[in-house]
Each structure stands twice: as structure tokens, then as C-alpha cells.
Write a protein that binds this ligand. Structure first.
Ligand SMILES: Nc1ncnc2c1ncn2[C@@H]1O[C@H](COP(=O)(O)OP(=O)(O)OP(=O)(O)O)[C@@H](O)[C@H]1O
Ligand SMILES: [Mg+2]
Length: 299
């Protein structure tokens, strides 16, 4: 069954599964009742316009992210995950619906939302690790030089790269470069950290290690994370909540609570059954897909 934004329950005061008919793996942990969501994606439709062609990337997607959530967007290639992150980052405006951060409509990019991408080449190669991490703090005038370097050093330490503070990106492995990108993002102390398949290009062992490190960092810093992946296993490990999107154009199909799982859960019965349920939801046929496909028609 396809779940559209219109079918959502409107109570946003507690962290609960909000899709009509959505499945849940565990009783939902009520987050501080009375606290509103930090990020609200409300019936958001996103489109690309090239000449007279319109490509609809997402259709009326809605979800809430609460402070310190590790919220995962899981969906097949082309379902609009990256586009949603770009819209939340403020690079693209919705054609329908609204995105709100702390109750304020998102209209432009800002230092309160930082994106970590999949690519290893997101670091200026002429800057050392330390200066890469300090650079956005200086460019956004968030901190003066000395404090920026201090904070950068703190986060370089946090991601385990203190011995490489003076190295250049070309001297680092892919995993190390991603650690620098994460340190750089966290150093900005954004309200929401947006990660677009940050570990997808890493080998399996490094990917596992990075997931472990990200969770350890979250345990320490308690940042709010919006994480995109198309790996079911990664979604369950990294997320405390997982939103499943349909194929292109992305619609919200279901939302799952996954806070009980971590790297130690892999292989266990509960984890395997959760993988199966997410898999079934991900691969179920979408009765509406023929209709929504028309959104791509030339105008
Ligand atoms: N700049 C663009 N111009 C036109 N169409 C685009 C553009 N970027 C993405 N699209 C289209 O929007 C849809 C969603 O793309 P998007 O990159 O958001 O998907 P995704 O879920 O991130 O996929 P993947 O898992 O492969 O990264 C796709 O149909 C894609 O072709
Ligand atoms: Mg993408």
C-alpha cells in the first residue's frame, strides 16, 4: 500500500510512527512529549525542470525529525533521496509543501544544515586536514581564527585523525577522507547533519568501521542526523527511525522504529526479521506508480 502525506496523523508532539498503516519493529519510544519536531518535511513535492521537461523527484513526502534522532531515508536509486537532502539543505525549493527547521520555513542554505556527500573529493586538496575542518567555520565567520582552529582540532581528534592534522587529502584513504568530512560538518555544530550515502563508496570492512564510529560519535555528541542509504542493513544499524520511500517519484511508504538495533544485532533473529520486513516494504509493487509516472510528462 502506498502511503501519501495526506494520510498522516497530525499529532507531532510525540515521536511516533506517523504513517497510516506503517509497521513498527518495537514499541515506539516516546520522545520528550510536548517538544515539537526539529525538522518538519510536510507534503513535499520536488521537481527538476529542464526546458519543457519536468521530472518529479518526490511526491508529497512528509516526515518529522526530532532532536537527536538518527533518521534514515531508505529507498531505491532514483527515488529522490538526494533531492530531498538538497531541499532540506536549502538548495532546491519544493513545488508543493514546506520544509521547516525549528518551526521556520527553509528558504536558503545555511550553516545550521551541513551535508556530507558520498564522494571522497569533497575536500579542497590544497588544505591540510586541520584547515579543511576549520575552513567552513572561518568562511561563515562563525568563529575567529584561533577558536576555529581549536574547535577543528577537537573534532579532528574526535574522528581519530589527530595524527593526520597536517596531512593533505591525497595522503589519506577514502575512509579517512570521509572522517575529515564528518569532522568538518560536526565542527559547524549544525542543527541537522545531512549525510548522503557517506559510506557507499567504501569497502565492506571500512564501511562497517565507519558505521561503528558514527554511532560512537553520536553517543558522545548527540547530534541530529538525517542519513540517506539504499542499504537495508545500514539503515537498521545507523538509524533509530527509518522511512521507506517508493521508487521514482519517491513517496513515503512506511516508517519503522529501529532504535533497538546496532552492529551487534546483525545475524540475530530480530534483526533478520526486521531486514525482511523492510525488504518486503521496499520491493512491494506500487499500485500508484503508473499514475505518478505521468508527472514526468512533457508540459
Ligand atoms: N539535476 C537534475 N536534473 C534533472 N533531473 C534530476 C537531476 N538530479 C536528479 N534528477 C532526477 O530526479 C530523480 C531523483 O534523483 P535523486 O538523485 O534524488 O535520486 P536518489 O534517490 O538520490 O538516487 P541514488 O540512490 O541513485 O543516489 C531521478 O529521476 C533523477 O534522474
Ligand atoms: Mg542519491
Amino acid at each position: 500500500m502506498t502511503i501519501v502525506a495526506d494520510e498522516f496523523m497530525r499529532d507531532t508532539t510525540v515521536a511516533e510512527i506517523r504513517c497510516a498503516g506503517a509497521e513498527r519493529f518495537a514499541p515506539v519510544a516516546a520522545s520528550a512529549a510536548g517538544f515539537g519536531p526539529l525538522l518538519q518535511v510536510d507534503g513535499v513535492t520536488l521537481e527538476y525542470r529542464t526546458g519543457d521537461t519536468i521530472v518529479r523527484a518526490t511526491h508529497r513526502v512528509g516526515f518529522d525529525v526530532h532532536a537527536a534522532d538518527r533518521f534514515v531515508l531508505l529507498g531505491p536509486s532514483g527515488c529522490g533521496k538526494s533531492t530531498l537532502l538538497k531541499a532540506i539543505a536549502g538548495f532546491i525549493a519544493p513545488v508543493e509543501g514546506e520544509i521547516r527547521l525549528d518551526g521556520r520555513q527553509v528558504r536558503t542554505a545555511g550553516p545550521d544544515r551541513i551535508v556530507v556527500f558520498q564522494e571522497f573529493d569533497q575536500l579542497p586538496p590544497w588544505k591540510t586536514v586541520l584547515h579543511n575542518v576549520a575552513f567552513p567555520l572561518l568562511a561563515s565567520r562563525s568563529l575567529p581564527w584561533r577558536e576555529a582552529l581549536e574547535r577543528a582540532r577537537h573534532y579532528v581528534d574526535k574522528v581519530g585523525l589527530s595524527g593526520f592534522a597536517d596531512s593533505y587529502p591525497h595522503q589519506l584513504s577514502g575512509g579517512m577522507k570521509q572522517r575529515v568530512a564528518i569532522a568538518r560538518a560536526l565542527a559547524m555544530q549544525p542543527k541537522v547533519l545531512l549525510m548522503d550515502e557517506p559510506f557507499a563508496a567504501l569497502d565492506a570492512l571500512t564501511r562497517r568501521k565507519m558505521q561503528e564510529e558514527l554511532l560512537a560519535l553520536w553517543d558522545e555528541v548527540r547530534f541530529t542526523l538525517l542519513f540517506v542509504t539504499h542499504s537495508i542493513e545500514e539503515a537498521l544499524i545507523v538509524g533509530n527511525r527509518v522511512a521507506v520511500l517508493s521508487p521514482h517519484p519517491g513517496r513515503l511508504r512506511a516508517e519503522f522504529n529501529s532504535h533497538e538495533f546496532d552492529l551487534g544485532s546483525i545475524g540475530g533473529t530480530a534483526f533478520q526479521s526486521a531486514v525482511k520486513r523492510l525488504h518486503d516494504r521496499l520491493f512491494e509493487s506500487d499500485v500508484d506508480s503508473a499514475g505518478t509516472g505521468r508527472a514526468e510528462a512533457r508540459r
